[in-house]
Design a protein around this ligand. Structure first.
Ligand SMILES: [Zn+2]
Length: 189
């Protein structure tokens, strides 16, 4: 993102997940931080109250498809249908492709309607070989104003993500970085 003061952008993929997303929201609230949640449409359908809690906290949301399809293995029309299905629940011009992989044709089809948001820093919180300290250190090493960071509010990532997030939020306070939500409107970019 273009630098806006000391803003940094934490993002959470693959939720909302009961037992995980609540803990993320509590931590963010305790640190007066805002973030962006790239939600899976199916999960929003299954956990509407948790999705509402994200919105009520003034965080941003983005479309992450309905079933977490792999772009490279999904025909264009099926991919777009999945995104449209998720868009019925998720009102946002932000889109992040699952696995960070998307075909040129998919990008071309989405570009007029969505801002495709990748990242600068991957925490690797989903990697079971990593410790929370390693995840936090990886983020802190590269964190600078304008950076977009990926965490996952998933069961698999929980063990690493929650302590790493807490450490990163404390680091932001020390460095005077301000975790903010990405603007959700197309024309904000
Ligand atoms: Zn994902």
């Amino acid at each position: 993102m273009p630098q806006h003061g000391n803003a940094v952008y934490f993002t959470f993929d693959d939720g909302p997940t009961p037992g995980v997303t609540e803990a993320v929201l509590d931590l963010l609230e305790a640190h007066e931080a805002k973030s962006t949640f790239f939600v899976i449409g199916k999960n929003v359908e299954q956990h509407p109250e948790l999705y509402q809690r994200i919105l009520a906290g003034n965080h941003s949301v983005g479309n992450h498809t309905h079933h977490h399809e792999r772009g490279w293995q999904t025909p264009l029309n099926d991919y777009l249908t999945s995104i449209e299905q998720a868009a019925k629940k998720v009102s946002s011009a932000l889109f992040r492709p699952p696995y960070g992989r998307i075909t040129r044709a998919q990008v071309q089809a989405l570009k007029p309607h969505y801002r495709i948001v990748m990242w600068d820093i991957l925490s690797y919180d989903f990697d079971q070989k990593q410790t929370p300290e390693q995840c936090a250190h990886r983020v802190m090493q590269k964190l600078q104003p304008g950076a977009i960071v990926v965490f996952h509010d998933s069961m698999k990532a929980k063990k690493n993500m929650l302590p790493a997030l807490e450490a990163c939020l404390a680091y932001c306070k020390k460095m005077k970085f301000i975790p903010m939500a990405l603007p959700m409107s197309y024309h904000a970019y």
